[in-house]
Design a protein around this ligand. Structure first.
Ligand SMILES: Cc1ncc(COP(=O)(O)O)c(C=O)c1O
Length: 394
């Protein structure tokens, strides 16, 4: 029975590989590097791609296929490829589509490693990039050149939780015939489906909310069949494929994505509201707070605000440091989207490779704190932050 057209949660749970002769309920793990052929003709036809089948796990594997099918269903995509990390998804997708001499236009507010890719590695292959301000999409058209091929953005952004209007970006991409790519890692397909708003390809770091328990590194790109064919051909040769075990873990995680993300968002909104009323907080940003500059856009394109809240403790860097040192329950870690709440200092961790000027330009102040709000009871999350703020001077 096809699951197409069923509700999100149902598709997430019921999109599954075919049962083996053992009639298992949960999908088995295919820990195999290669697959066997019936005979010489089967082998020839498989390599000639006259048959769609698994040949070698660098190309495809039943566990990554299951994961890809699930994410395609959730995102409304035609096909995809599963990667060993979010960054291998970002790199392989862009590298597969870009040629020497091409130009990329990207939002300035992007994950630190993606920024390093644009500024330090792509120039080696004569691929140039220009940045627009995530809060001023009117800059984009002025940056377009004859060699511009890709329009790239994240929304909400890491770590500043800026929100970019997907419809506006899509209109510009269509007008200038650009490939429109969205890193949807902060929202997950449960909260936001960029393809519905006109994106051609959607990238995820599966390491975050998709896994949700901080166990595996993973990435995935999904989108139009035509573009994914190019991405697939590059990826199967260059070897960034996800391991079958991690694909299996992630597929199981997707079965609980909706319930987990609902609770993450509920907790995050409560924490953001609490912080907004706290006299030791300079500012707080969360997409579903009315005070967020793009609250209306967030409401239009997202189901809820996500798990990340950004804020600054009054008193700048020193007060921020004291706050971090006083935290007792929450984890000091660089990851996000885990069941355990995490506090991060982006300026000294995830975005430390950017210069201070570059960080300021994308709204990452030295004292900025990023909280990935987890699934502990919200009273305990707030109590830990409350006691840490109590100790911080200012
Ligand atoms: C928005 C975004 N994209 C991509 C990545 C890279 O993912 P990974 O760490 O799985 O390589 C991250 C990691 O934090 C991220 O936040």
């Amino acid at each position: 029975m096809s699951n197409k057209g069923k509700k999100f949660e149902t598709e997430a749970i019921r999109t599954q590989m075919e049962r083996s002769q053992n009639l298992e309920h949960s999908s088995p793990i295919y820990m195999t590097s290669s697959f066997v052929f019936e005979d010489a003709e089967d082998m020839r036809a498989s390599f000639a791609e006259e048959k769609q089948r698994n040949i070698y796990s660098r190309y495809s594997n039943p566990n990554s296929n299951e994961l890809i099918d699930r994410v395609c269903q959730m995102e409304g995509a035609e096909s995809g490829f599963a990667y060993a990390s979010g960054m291998s998804a970002v790199f392989s997708t862009l590298a597969a589509l870009l040629d020497t001499g091409d130009h990329v236009i990207s939002s300035k507010s992007i994950f630190g490693s993606t920024h390093t890719l644009f500024t330090q590695f792509f120039p080696k292959w004569n691929i140039e990039s220009s940045y627009f301000d995530a809060n001023d999409l009117s800059q984009i058209e002025g940056l377009i050149k004859p060699n511009t091929k890709i329009l790239y953005a994240e929304t909400p952004t890491n770590p500043g939780v800026d929100v970019l209007d997907l419809e506006v970006l899509s209109k510009i991409a269509k007008k200038y015939d650009l490939i429109f790519i969205i890193d949807n890692c902060f929202a997950t397909p449960y909260l936001q489906q960029p393809i519905k708003f006109g994106a051609d390809l959607v990238i995820h770091s599966g390491t975050k909310l998709m896994d949700g328990q901080g166990r595996v590194l993973a990435g995935i790109t999904v989108g139009s069949g035509e573009l994914m064919d190019k991405v697939y051909r590059f990826s199967r040769i260059t070897g960034p494929a996800l391991s079958p075990f991690n694909a299996w873990v992630l597929s199981r995680s997707l079965e609980t994505l909706a319930v987990r993300v609902d609770r993450h968002c509920e907790n995050a909104l409560k924490l953001a509201t609490y912080l907004e009323n706290h006299d030791k907080i300079e500012w707080v940003k969360y997409p579903f707070l009315k005070s967020h500059p793009k609250y209306e856009v967030a409401k239009k394109q997202m189901k809820a605000g996500g798990c990340v809240v950004a804020f600054e403790v009054k008193g700048g860097l020193e007060a921020g440091r004291e706050f971090f040192d006083s935290i007792q329950l929450l984890s000091l870690s660089a990851n996000l989207g885990d069941a355990r709440s995490i506090v991060t200092h982006p300026a000294s961790t995830t975005h430390s490779k950017l210069t201070s000027e570059e960080r300021n330009a994308v709204g990452i102040s030295d004292g900025m704190v990023r909280v990935s709000v987890g699934l502990e009871h919200i009273d305990d999350i707030i109590a830990d932050i409350e006691q840490a703020l109590g100790k911080s001077f200012c």
